[in-house]
Design a protein around this ligand. Structure first.
Ligand SMILES: [Zn+2]
Ligand SMILES: [Zn+2]
Length: 167
């Protein structure tokens, strides 16, 4: 059994290019390691967490599944609820501040096409609000490009999917 199957019941993104270890050749986040220059703060069988490389980023940490389970939050289905919960739990453990804020970018506003959870610093500045507008389903203009982890779980548990422009 491939290693990712023992971690998550869900299938990885459908791609013929994914290797037997569940990694996509050429995907930066499929190959995160200290040797490759990432500031890894946590690694277990399923997940890896590292510090954001951009010094100005509000994101403190990125948490990703080690395998290419999904390109983005748009690919998630109800079968991924355990995965997202595992990522959120790890985020809380690594960043226990009460007001730490977690969420996903929604493509096309996602920089790396490998599912990654942003764990942001607790202080929400005005700039932060502009930079990461939180999705409001009843906002009338569809989805902005950032959805919180809680919203993601709510939607997936109801059998929904996440995307831009839905109402
Ligand atoms: Zn990947
Ligand atoms: Zn992102």
């Amino acid at each position: 059994m491939p290693r990712w199957l023992s971690c998550f019941p869900s299938r990885p993104s459908q791609s013929l290019e994914i290797d037997t270890a569940g990694r996509l050749p050429g995907c930066v986040f499929c190959h995160v390691s200290v040797e490759r220059g990432f500031a890894v703060v946590h690694e277990d069988e399923c997940l890896i967490a590292f510090k954001d490389r951009s010094p100005q980023a509000e994101t403190r940490l990125l948490i990703i599944p080690k395998t290419h389970i999904a390109s983005s939050v748009r690919d998630l289905r109800s079968s991924h609820v355990q995965l997202v919960k595992g990522m959120v739990d790890l985020g809380h453990r690594l960043s226990p501040a009460e007001d730490s804020n977690m969420g996903f970018h929604i493509p096309p506003f996602s920089s790396v096409p490998h599912l990654h959870l942003h764990v942001m610093s607790g202080r929400r500045t005005t700039l932060g609000k502009l930079k990461y507008p939180v999705a409001q389903r009843n906002g009338g203009k569809g989805w902005p490009w950032f959805v919180t982890a809680d919203q993601t779980l709510d939607i997936l548990e109801q059998g929904g999917t996440i995307g831009v422009g839905k109402s």
